[in-house]
Design a protein around this ligand. Structure first.
Ligand code: AQP
Length: 330
């Protein structure tokens, strides 16, 4: 069975971008695959965040993942920091990747830009992400388009490690969706929709009410020429709306564009499609609030299963690099 791994950082409330670019595909990958999904809390520490928020967001993230339809009987759901091999393997990969490679990562440049100080973790984060993936021997990694470059680095590091120290890691492939891979901010369509964004009207959250979704879509920035055509460069706001409707209805953006002449009608249908898509998630989430003990039990079971797989891979990698086994063999 193909092994699948992906993660999401508890750095804020999940967005429609997270859902369309990654999370809903996680749900599909549960069938016929051995799927591992984690709340990557260590990644949330790469920029300033209150410890109380890390704690609350991590629990909240797990609840959201159950609400979207992850089923602990069909996948392994866990919290990254509860499986110590993630940080242990990171060091081995930091001693495999190069500074030049990490410097080329655009997310580091974007998030570090204009900051007075930048944490070392923000720079080395792609090695932690490579460790997340390689520990589980994942062949497929369902992610949005913004993670393409990090995935490529994980592949390069795996190949280099295997060539230098002997065949140890499975070389992973990104599974990036055809539509919804890069959802843009509704107010600033030149930048992607983000959890940690400061653009409340441009960001649709996973748990937004129908009224909030509709208001945000109606106020979405478009353009003034009124011409209905799909052009990401020249008409980014309109293209984003067409992409959203395409992703929500399983069509292409060009097909969607052919059905409309007026922006107002398009917006109405985008809002309706998104309400239909996210409504069930919100309702399921409300049911889960009633049972916090269930979530804790799911995460404990997930961490134990993840640890079994991760410990074996870490032990192989450490041995390949010449480290002596510890008292427990790892
Ligand atoms: N706008 C987006 N469109 C499509 N996919 C997206 N993803 C994120 N934003 C979009 C995908 O969601 C998954 C989880 O993201 P992450 O937690 O790894 O962090 P990120 O990619 O940095 O996402 P955010 O929402 O922008 O978080 P912050 O604000 O913390 O930086 C990934 O598969 C990602 O591709």
């Amino acid at each position: 069975m193909t092994r699948v791994l992906s993660g999401i950082a508890p750095s804020g409330n999940f967005t429609l971008g997270n859902y369309l670019g990654a999370l809903r595909h996680w749900v599909s990958f549960q069938d016929g695959h051995d799927a591992f999904y984690c709340v990557v809390d260590l990644h949330a520490l790469t920029t300033e965040i209150d410890p109380a928020d890390v704690r609350a967001n991590t629990r909240d993230a797990a609840l959201n993942l159950l609400a979207i339809g992850l089923d602990p009987e069909r996948c392994t759901l866990f919290v990254q920091s509860q499986v110590p091999e993630h940080t242990r393997l990171t060091w081995l990969l930091e001693c495999t990747a190069t500074v030049g490679e990490l410097r080329r990562m655009t997310q580091f440049k974007d998030k570090g830009r204009g900051q007075e100080t930048v944490r070392v973790g923000l720079f080395t984060y792609p090695c932690l992400m490579a460790a997340d993936i390689l520990l589980y021997g994942a062949q497929a990694v369902p992610v949005g388009d913004d993670q393409r470059q990090h995935l490529e680095l994980a592949r390069e590091v795996a190949v280099r490690f295997n060539n230098r120290y002997g065949e140890t890691f499975v070389v992973p492939d990104a599974a990036i969706p055809g539509t919804g891979a890069r959802v843009m901010d509704l107010q600033h369509p030149e930048r992607k929709m983000s959890k940690s964004s400061d653009s409340p009207m441009g960001t649709i959250r996973l748990l937004d009410t129908d009224e909030e979704i509709t208001r945000k879509v109606k106020r979405a920035v478009t353009d003034t020429d009124g011409e209905m055509r799909y052009d990401r460069q020249a008409k980014p706001g309109l293209a984003n709306l067409l992409d959203l409707l395409a992703a929500a209805t399983g069509r292409t953006a060009t097909e969607v564009a052919a059905d409309y002449t007026r922006y107002g009608e398009l917006k109405e249908d985008v809002a309706a499609a998104l309400c239909q898509l996210l409504g069930p998630v919100r309702r399921r989430r409300a049911e889960l609030e009633d049972d916090p003990a269930y979530v804790d039990a799911v995460l404990a079971r997930g961490a134990a299963r993840a640890h079994e797989v991760a410990a074996a891979t870490y032990a192989r990698a450490a041995d390949a690099m010449g480290l002596l086994p510890g008292p427990e063999g790892a």
